[in-house]
Every structure is written in structure tokens, then in C-alpha cells.
Design a protein around this ligand. Sequence first.
Ligand SMILES: Cc1cc2nc3c(=O)[nH]c(=O)nc-3n(C[C@H](O)[C@H](O)[C@H](O)COP(=O)(O)OP(=O)(O)OC[C@H]3O[C@@H](n4cnc5c(N)ncnc54)[C@H](O)[C@@H]3O)c2cc1C
Length: 289
Amino acid sequence: MLFTNNFDGLILKNEIKGIKIVKEDEQHIYIQAGAGENWHQFVLYCIEHGWAGVENLSLIPGNVGASPMQNIGAYGVEIKDVFHSLEAYHIKDKRFVTFTLNDCEFGYRESVFKKKFRNQFVISSVIYRLNRIPDYHISYGAIGQELEKMGVKDLSIRAISQAVINIRSSKLPDPKLIGNAGSFFKNPEISNSQFSTLNSQFPNIVGYDLPNGNVKLAAGWLIEQCGPAAGISWKGYRKGDAGCHEKQALVLVNYGNATGSEIYDLSEEILQSVKAKFGVLLEREVNIV
Ligand SMILES: Cc1cc2nc3c(=O)[nH]c(=O)nc-3n(C[C@H](O)[C@H](O)[C@H](O)COP(=O)(O)OP(=O)(O)OC[C@H]3O[C@@H](n4cnc5c(N)ncnc54)[C@H](O)[C@@H]3O)c2cc1C
């Protein structure tokens, strides 16, 4: 979340706690967590009990209640892969509503709560469907390399979680030490033909084929290639206390006293420079208030 102004309203911090099994079968454990549970602590709890499915999502800052909001995802796994249902309170109607997987309309960093039902529901608890037998995802990013470095012989959800923790700690700024909201922009999706055109102009452009035939571009790479002036990259750039992280151009950081609107203005400059160079419009992942 990025506040661009002082907020004249009421802010509720959800502290609804509790983790319990609501259903079990031979393959799955259905586990309900209160929206106010810390996400990473919840992941560790699942690993402790041998329940698989969320290990790749280790160390994502935030609470359980926000996890369906943007369908949090990392290292080839998204919340939708383990999501069963959630309970949410409709603020105007003053009643609880159950949302199933289909109701949430999850997409890449998207759900009904981010756009269609924005600011209408308070999520109170989420039920995840976890696996008794793990289905490991280690091909994405540097997980395989990190596991090798760790000397892991027998793959486990605990080892994967630790590998993810190591990678994230080494390249992402800790919000407790330096203000940031993780990836500021989404990775943009373009058509295959647009990708071919860009690829002929920029042979090193980073893109991943999607099942729908489109290509997802690495927004971090696009941003790195642009900058505030010729020969200067956004990566590691700092204007006052607003900046672009030195190890990951996709992450905007606040070195101390930058205002929300200064961060927003920097994001706008970045967005415009990427549009001018590549003709690709970046979309902000962060919720702007
Ligand atoms: C260093 C860093 C790394 C990150 N890495 C990732 C990543 O790998 N993948 C990823 O997906 N995200 C990532 N993020 C983003 C962030 O961690 C997630 O968006 C997370 O879900 C935010 O949780 P929160 O509890 O802090 O929510 P907030 O930031 O407080 O809220 C986010 C939005 O959800 C709404 N919201 C929160 N709780 C509820 C609720 N109970 N009911 C209704 N609406 C609610 C808020 O109103 C707001 O619009 C990263 C952030 C940081 C700082």
C-alpha cells in the first residue's frame, strides 16, 4: 500500500487470530486461518506439521487476510493453487459471505477484492487446501541452485522454504530496515508478435511464454534499461529519500523521509520512461491510496 496523502479516515488493523483444521481426507488438509495471522508464521506452522503447498511462499510480508487480495505469488506458486474458500464481511450489508475459488476470480496479482469489490469486504478468515504428499516446485528462479548450495540431498518442504528464505533475504530489502512494498509494478503481458518485434530490437529482453500464447516480460529488466537521463539506470537511483533498489529495480524504496507522493512521482517517471523506450505500459502492483 502506498499512501500519497494524509489519510482522513478510519484504519482497521485486522487481528483476528486462530488456525484450525476444518476437514481432512487422504490427500488433503483443509486449514482455516484467521485474517490477522502473520503469513510467514502461518507458512512455518504448515511446514512444521508437514502440510505442503505454501513453502514457496515463505517470507512474503503481511497477513493471511491480505493473501487472497492480490493472489500473492512467488517462485512459481500462487495462493490460488492452495486456496479453498474465505469468509468476508460485507461492510454495507453487514453480513458474512463465503467466497469459493471461482468467486475470487484470481489472476496474476489480482482478485475480485482488488478491483470489482474494492473496499467492500473485510476478509475475516481463509481456508487453504494443503497437501499431505508434496508436489515440489523448484524449477522457478534460483531455488534449484540454492538447494544445491545448501547441500540438500533429500528434498523436503522445509528445505524449499529455507532456500526461498535465503534467496529472498539476499536480494530483497527488509521492510523493517528500509521502507518498501516489494515489487512496485507487475510484470507486463504482451502479445507474441509484439515480443518478436521488441526482441529484434533488444536481443537481451527477458520474457516468459504464457499458456495463452502471450509473453510475460520481466518488468525489472525493462526498468533497468531505462533511467532519468541518458547513460543512467533507474537501478540504484536515488532522488532525495525516494529510490529504486540497488539489487532489484522493481522495488521502490523509501530511505527515510520521502513522502508518498514523492514515491508515486518516481514511479510515474519510471513508468513513462519504460513506455517511451519499449512501448510497454507498466501497471502498478501496489495499492495506491
Ligand atoms: C519485501 C517485500 C516482498 C514482497 N514480496 C511479495 C511476493 O513475492 N509476492 C507477492 O504477491 N507480494 C509480495 N509483497 C507484497 C505484500 O507482501 C503482499 O501484498 C501482502 O499480501 C500484503 O499483506 P499486508 O497484510 O501487509 O496487507 P496490506 O499491505 O496492509 O494491504 C494490502 C491490501 O489488502 C487490503 N487488505 C488487507 N487485509 C485485508 C483484509 N483482511 N480484508 C480485506 N482487505 C484487506 C488492504 O486494504 C490493501 O488494499 C512483498 C512486499 C514486500 C515489502
